[in-house]
Ligand binder design. Structure first.
Ligand code: PBG
Length: 322
């Protein structure tokens, strides 16, 4: 019996159940074990103040290391880039749509939202890229699970929210999307849309069972995106977007990587891209990071730290961690 640790939120349960079903299809017995995380218990503190999305990860890792569970499923974009000595990512399954999605009132697109429309997001990356579009949108902080965030729109508190398309697709809520944002406007978080299946570092047995779920292209793409993030020394809540894609070149497949670094207020941004060898994705990510650093990425990220650290003053109490 494989014990699979999962957080309780609808999205976490859906993701964990998907992995469990894949393993069952291979003939394994799998049991879901609920693990509660600080990010779930504390429903109002902005994530950046709780220590970033890493708060969702640490409790699951603790359950792994204690031997309460044998594997844990994370959203890859929530995994810190610093390797954990006690665990390994045994599989990165095939990625869902990596794009961000707009959920707006009356099915409006970003371009159709009038100036002064209130758009909710708790992510500094989304906030900065929205501001950088220069549409006169009023970006307000937001936390909570997918349903809570979408309710801000249906109840008329906000004109729109931005969420990961992958989460909405997994929850069967793509119907609520008014626009899938083109990465030209909004580059997703490194690793967005992909899952990471972690096992104990010393558990080669479970690692080998799980390894068959690994998707080669997804691993290459997310390795490039995360190497870029690590080289920029930026954390999970940094205003950094990145998207790698395997594309067909003249001499076979190539890895194309695009990235954006913004100041926290979105008044300045740097965009760059590189194409390289899919066999050495981390190298590509590091090289693109160095180009951005040469352009001044480090100063840009440190220059204007976001002044709005209190999204809960806009949307108190009822919100829950995703
Ligand atoms: N940080 C929260 C989080 N972590 C993973 C997802 C969505 C699923 C994914 O990106 O794989 C979300 C919600 C969101 O950004 O809308």
């Amino acid at each position: 019996m494989l014990r699979l640790g999962t957080r309780r939120s609808a999205l976490a349960t859906t993701q964990s159940s998907w992995v469990a079903d894949q393993l069952r299809a291979l003939g394994h017995e799998v049991e879901l074990v609920e693990v509660s995380t600080e990010g779930d218990r504390d429903q109002t503190t902005p994530l950046a103040q709780l220590g970033g999305t890493g708060v969702f990860v640490s409790a699951l890792r603790a359950a792994l290391v204690d031997g309460r569970v044998d594997l844990a499923v994370h959203s890859l974009k929530d995994l810190p880039t610093t390797p954990d000595p006690d665990t390994v990512v045994a599989a990165i399954p095939v990625r869902e749509d990596p794009r961000d999605a707009l959920v707006a009132r009356d099915g409006l697109t970003l371009g159709e939202l009038p100036a002064r429309s209130r758009v909710g997001t708790g992510s500094p990356r989304r906030r900065a890229q929205l501001e950088a579009l220069g549409l006169g949108l009023v970006v307000t902080g937001l936390r909570g699970n997918v349903d809570t965030r979408m309710r801000q729109v249906t109840e008329g508190h906000l004109d729109a929210v931005v969420l990961a398309a992958a989460g909405l697709r997994r929850l069967g809520r793509l119907d609520a999307v008014s626009e899938l944002l083109d990465p030209i406007q909004m580059l997703p978080a490194p690793g967005q849309g992909a899952l990471a299946v972690e096992v104990r570092a010393d558990d080669a047995h479970t690692a080998s069972l799980v390894a068959v779920l690994d998707d080669h292209d997804t691993r290459a793409c997310t390795t490039a995106e995360r190497a870029l993030l690590a080289e920029l020394e930026a954390g999970c809540s940094a205003p950094v977007g990145a998207l790698a894609e395997v594309v067909e070149g003249v001499d076979g497949p190539e890895l194309s990587l695009r990235a954006v670094v913004t100041s926290h207020d979105g008044t300045a941004d740097l965009r760059r891209s590189l194409v390289g060898d899919p066999a050495t994705p981390a190298d590509l990510g590091r090289r693109l990071a160095h180009l951005l650093l040469e352009d001044g990425a480090a100063q840009l990220m440190s220059d204007s730290p976001t002044t709005d650290h209190s999204p809960t003053t806009d949307h108190p109490a009822t919100e829950r961690a995703l």
